[in-house]
Design a protein around this ligand. Sequence first.
Ligand SMILES: Cc1cc2nc3c(=O)[nH]c(=O)nc-3n(C[C@H](O)[C@H](O)[C@H](O)COP(=O)(O)OP(=O)(O)OC[C@H]3O[C@@H](n4cnc5c(N)ncnc54)[C@H](O)[C@@H]3O)c2cc1C
Ligand code: FES
Length: 253
Amino acid sequence: MQQLQLNILSNTPLQVGIYHLRLASADLRFLDLVEHIRAGQFVNVAIRGKYLRRPISISDVDSESLSLVYKVVGEGTALLSQMSEGDKLDVLMPLGNGFTLARSGSRPVLIGGGVGVPPLLLLARQLLQQGIKADIVLGFNTRHDIILYNDFLSLGCPTLISTVDGSYGQKGLVTDVLKAQGANSVNTFFYACGPKPMLRALKEQMTIEGEISLEERMGCGFGVCMGCTCQTLQGSKRICREGPVFKASDVIF
Ligand SMILES: Cc1cc2nc3c(=O)[nH]c(=O)nc-3n(C[C@H](O)[C@H](O)[C@H](O)COP(=O)(O)OP(=O)(O)OC[C@H]3O[C@@H](n4cnc5c(N)ncnc54)[C@H](O)[C@@H]3O)c2cc1C
Ligand code: FES
């Protein structure tokens, strides 16, 4: 883990209240770290005037920058959305473990809900680099919440969208789409990130093995405050350190 001062290259809205933040630095430590980011890892961002950092998943990387996609839900993310090109951001990175690419099998399915979708973009890209094209199922409340759809399509991944209000794609939840697609017989493994009720429903419905990325409010973000624990079959675990990615079968909701 490194503490780095990163330059904001851009901070632009993807939808109302949802922003794409691109960060870069000429610092050799940053360039070395971005090469080794694992999909599912996150950064912890310092925000002026806020005591606690805010954790955000890494949604994509290239050789010289990394991307975050975040939703404005409170004061911290609102302040972040007001920052612009040329501003500097104090970031701890990379944090947490990542998804295990080696478990994917030949046809994994990536399942995202709302602002749980971003880390799956990097996962889809890293799977492709290993010659594995994933199926993608993304769920949103309405068409106004849809993010990164074109990014998954441009990777060439078959991508299905569900919206709760039916304003785009299949009306309903990701679990409805997965049932209709016969994911338990077609797919070899699942990776998921999204709201807790979605993850709980997936754990009940999916008979294939999978990994899920959990969220909790965080204090330190690197394992010392014990503020982010979850229950697993192996006992209590810190989401920031042993997670945020866990075997779906291990998590006790
Ligand atoms: C590992 C990890 C990765 C994350 N990745 C992303 C991401 O890629 N994109 C994104 O938009 N958000 C992500 N989050 C959630 C993000 O950290 C919170 O939305 C953010 O910290 C809220 O800060 P705030 O000051 O704006 O809101 P606050 O004023 O702190 O809280 C406002 C509202 O947000 C809710 N909230 C606060 N923290 C969390 C949290 N950790 N999880 C869920 N709800 C929270 C509160 O319950 C409250 O309703 C992630 C969280 C974790 C733990
Ligand atoms: S946030 Fe401090 S231990 Fe996880």
